[in-house]
Design a protein around this ligand. Structure first.
Ligand SMILES: Cc1ncc(COP(=O)(O)O)c(C=O)c1O
Length: 364
């Protein structure tokens, strides 16, 4: 029987050599490797600055706090995302306000955002979910019109473009995650991209104890730094990223043309953007002969890993029960009941793709 995990980091001899080089150098913490990786990542994204951090959640926290978000402020976030898209707002003492998403592309719905803007709104976080950019233009316009900071949650979109431009280059700050399941990894890690030099300086202080010069602390800060060990892995992975994304796209295209069961709705691609298929997410509709959970169980019996991203929309998470009363995000609710992710990562082989598709098509 095959064993196909839903996600698997693709690292080999070059990453091992990079880690060994850093360990032998004696410099483990944030140093020259971090500085080098930041420059490379900024160039890749087409921005002037990139600030490396310890993970995607700390990237989001730093991005919001350094944009001046604090108590009394509201930040609009999509309810259909990973929890960190909202908890970063709470970490600032501000309040997340939950917008619904588009039923075709699963990304933040501009009309929903528009309806939620009020005097206390200070920022919007758009998520480039599953590797597909959100519709940046209408969200950017709303932010400009209402003087809101746009923060991109690009944790799942390394290398994805909207209208020809890399994600991470649209907002005040773009926040990436390098968790091992992501399109590229540093172990744990994150990055904030920006074109604004003053904001980049504020971010650097925030992630380094609020330090403006050695042992002078001018604002509240944290230790959110990346290690040189992680950065060395990141430099190698960045060189491989386009190849990884091409392989993810090939796998996705294979699923598009080989999954034949009409009870499954396959992911739609937005015309204006490229997709890097962090996840290949199908909707198991009422027309399918099995429930989503039965299908997942059936595939598990055949050694095929699947997952639900995400089973509970954020406005229904217990942590937000006190602030989310009466909130309705019907599309997020519906999606959380229907979605199922298939293994699309670069290590899935052609044989495995065929095996997955026939296991699905077998269900009548
Ligand atoms: C959309 C989204 N935002 C934020 C994060 C947080 O990143 P990290 O796990 O590196 O803290 C993740 C990843 O887990 C994510 O998928």
């Amino acid at each position: 029987m095959m064993n196909i995990p839903i996600a698997q980091p693709a690292a080999g001899d070059e990453e091992i050599a990079a880690v060994e080089r850093v360990l032998r150098s004696g410099m483990f913490a944030s140093g020259p490797e971090v500085a080098k990786f930041e420059k490379e990542f900024a160039a890749y994204c087409g921005v002037n600055h990139a600030v490396a951090v310890s993970n995607g959640t700390t990237a989001l926290h730093a991005a919001l706090a350094s944009a001046g978000i604090g108590p009394g402020d509201e930040v609009i976030v999509p309810s259909f995302s990973f929890i960190a898209t909202a908890t970063c707002v709470s970490m600032c003492g501000a309040r997340p306000v939950f917008a619904d998403v588009d039923p075709r592309y699963f990304t933040i719905d501009p009309d929903s955002v528009n309806n939620l803007i009020q005097k206390t709104t200070k920022a919007v976080i758009g998520v480039h979910l599953f590797g597909q950019p959100f519709d940046v233009d209408p969200i950017s316009e709303l932010c400009t019109d209402h003087n809101l900071a746009l923060i991109e949650d690009a944790a799942q979109s390394h290398g994805a473009k909207y209208k020809g431009k890399m994600t991470g280059g649209f907002g005040k700050g773009g926040c990436f995650s390098f968790y091992p399941t992501k399109n590229m990894t540093t172990g744990e890690g994150g990055m904030i991209t920006t074109d604004d030099p003053g904001y980049a300086a504020a971010l650097r202080r925030f992630i380094n104890h609020g330090q403006s010069e050695k042992y002078l602390h001018t604002s509240l800060g944290y230790n959110y730094r990346m290690t040189d060990i992680g950065a060395a892995i990141g430099s190698v992975q960045l060189k491989k990223l386009d190849g990884f994304n091409a392989r993810r796209n090939r796998n996705a295209t294979f699923f598009d043309s080989h999954i034949l069961n009409p009870g499954l709705e396959l992911p739609e691609r937005r015309q204006a953007s490229t997709h890097v298929f962090h996840q290949y997410v199908v909707k198991v509709t009422g027309d399918f002969s099995l429930s989503r959970e039965q299908l997942m169980e059936r595939l598990k019996e055949k050694g095929i890993g699947t997952a639900v991203h995400y089973p509970i929309p954020i406005h229904r998470q217990p942590v937000y029960s006190s602030i989310a009363k009466g909130i309705t995000c019907p599309v997020s609710d519906e999606l959380s009941k229907q979605v199922m992710s298939l293994p699309v990562h670069p290590l899935v082989t052609n044989d495995q793709l065929e095996y997955i598709c026939s296991a699905i098509n077998e269900v009548t």
